[in-house]
Design a protein around this ligand. Structure first.
Ligand code: FES
Ligand code: FES
Length: 164
């Protein structure tokens, strides 16, 4: 076992991991069960988390690569019991059906929006491109895209209020 230190959802973590263990395996072993294992080969993105500023498929990333990094999982989106606007929009637009893909969609969308200027709304094409690697067998993708566009509008409004 190798010791590693990282921050997950704003809290310091001290983990013992196997050399070949993936970040997804370690997260789930340390009780972060939001990221899901589906393909395990980087093809569906159900396991997406944010490491640093980028969203990654945690089933393909060795846990040790996250040593010293800040990781955000779907469990870290809500603040003090209040859903993140993305989570609220996924509910409002019925963008989650069986829900198995949803943590991955949320984290990919979160990273996409966070790395943009909130004053400039994304186009539908840009959102579809950002989510292109995330596979969903239920929704047909229309609702998740709608949810992200809706969140972008909410975040633009918030940014306007903050900037007076
Ligand atoms: S479970 Fe990681 S990409 Fe499918
Ligand atoms: S909601 Fe079922 S796979 Fe996406």
């Amino acid at each position: 076992m190798i010791e590693m230190n990282l921050e997950v959802n704003g809290r310091e973590e001290n983990w013992q991991v196997e050399p070949g263990e993936t970040l997804l395996e370690a997260l789930r072993r340390y009780h972060f069960k939001g990221p899901k294992l589906v393909c395990g080969t980087g093809d569906c993105c159900a396991c997406t988390v944010v490491v640093g500023t980028k969203s990654v498929c945690s089933c393909c990333l060795p846990a040790l690569k996250a040593d010293g990094q800040k990781v955000v999982t779907v469990e870290g989106l809500a603040e003090e019991g209040v859903l993140h606007p993305l989570q609220a929009a996924f509910i409002e637009t019925a963008a989650s059906q069986c829900g198995f893909c949803t943590p991955g969609f949320l984290m990919r969308s979160y990273s996409f929006l966070k790395n943009r200027n909130p004053a400039v709304l994304p186009t539908e094409v840009e959102v579809r491109k950002a989510l292109a690697g995330n596979i969903c067998r239920c929704t047909g993708y229309v609702k998740p895209v709608e949810a992200v566009l809706k969140t972008a509008r909410v975040m633009q409004e918030k940014a306007r209020e903050q900037n007076g």
